[in-house]
Design a protein around this ligand. Structure first.
Ligand SMILES: NC(=O)c1ccc[n+]([C@@H]2O[C@H](COP(=O)([O-])OP(=O)(O)OC[C@H]3O[C@@H](n4cnc5c(N)ncnc54)[C@H](OP(=O)(O)O)[C@@H]3O)[C@@H](O)[C@H]2O)c1
Length: 299
């Protein structure tokens, strides 16, 4: 098939998400090349071809992308605004599909939410990709919103649960369903996107392993540990206030506060349930929430 995708570059394949995505792509039978910075200190598994690149040089990126069918960028948040040369090079090298480093909230629907000021690098990059795709129809794109990284977020606290102290921070009522995806699941979704290029071309999709509420997670951790956890209640209004204070001082760590407000607020309605969850189209099924929480508790 003329449009089939076989050779895939993962940009930032040494990262939290990139590592998992690269391995899921290998498992799905793609030939995977990892792009890394020239001065990276990362090490890579032997099943990946590694190319060290200069992300500022369209010329050298174009040469490195020759023969590649798709680029999956999982580049670090700090670098999302610098994907322009990579996009230009992908077009020049004849890459058929570009998946930019999105993988969080759906940046197409932020409207005038202040969080958009922080996500501007992602938003502008995708605008640019869409513009390039319109001018070069063989260059296609897919945007992926995954919601919160779930397994990563349990480990690093962004879901609000801390197993060492058996503490949960519950925002507002704790009853808002939250779009969340495990890292390997995002890799499986990307594999499914690339395996079905026509079906997934030029669209922004939202996926979720599941859409748990914080109170559902609390119930699971208490049942699994056999203990009541200490619950600290917080409000997303306060998170927003802290975020605005930080942003006023140019502190972009305010993203975390705005993110909590955006996803955990009562009535946020950002869960991707039923037809809103593109996993059906991709041929994937929701994951088991209890099993995911148990895996974290026993890790
Ligand atoms: N939904 C969520 O909960 C959530 C959480 C975290 C991140 N994210 C999003 O997911 C995507 C990937 O994030 P991540 O946390 O997996 O990334 P990461 O681990 O921070 O970084 C990925 C890779 O990017 C490369 N890199 C780091 N700094 C760079 C720079 N200044 N310039 C160019 N490359 C650089 C590094 O690879 P080399 O050293 O090999 O070059 C690094 O391993 C981002 O879009 C991020 O915003 C979402």
């Amino acid at each position: 098939m003329a449009n089939s995708i076989k050779n895939v570059v993962v940009v930032g394949a040494s990262g939290s998400l990139g590592k998992e995505v690269a391995q899921e792509l290998v498992k799905a039978g793609f030939n995977v090349t990892a792009f890394a910075r020239e001065d990276t200190t990362a090490t890579f598994p032997s099943n990946l071809t590694v190319k060290k690149v200069n992300y500022d040089s369209v010329e050298s990126l174009t040469a490195a992308l020759k023969g590649q069918d798709a680029v999956v960028s999982t580049i670090a948040t700090v670098a999302v605004g610098n994907q322009g040369p990579l996009v230009d090079a992908a077009v020049a090298a004849g890459v058929k599909r570009f998946i930019p480093s999105e993988f969080g909230i759906n940046t197409r629907i932020v409207g005038d939410d202040v969080i958009g000021q922080i996500l501007v690098g992602k938003i502008k990059t995708l605008d640019y990709i869409i513009e390039k795709s319109k001018a070069n129809p063989s260059f296609t794109w897919t945007g992926v919103s995954s919601g919160l990284f779930f397994d990563w977020g349990l480990k690093y606290g962004s879901v609000g649960f801390f197993k060492d102290s058996k503490t949960a921070i519950i925002y507002d009522s704790g009853n808002e369903p939250v779009q969340a995806s495990n890292l390997a699941f995002i890799g499986k979704a990307i594999s499914a996107i690339l395996a079905q290029p026509e079906k997934t071309a030029n669209q922004y999709i939202s996926i979720a392993s599941f859409n748990p509420t914080q109170n559902q997670i609390l119930k699971i951790v208490e049942a699994e540990t056999g203990e009541k956890w200490k619950v600290e209640h917080a409000t997303t209004a306060e998170e927003n206030k802290i975020g605005l204070e930080k942003l006023g001082k140019g502190d972009y760590s305010s993203f975390v506060n705005f993110l909590k407000r955006r996803v955990f607020s009562d009535g946020a309605k950002l869960a991707v349930e039923g037809d809103k969850n593109a996993i059906g189209v991709l041929g994937l099924q929701e994951e088991d929430l209890t099993a995911s929480v148990k895996a974290w508790l026993s890790s």
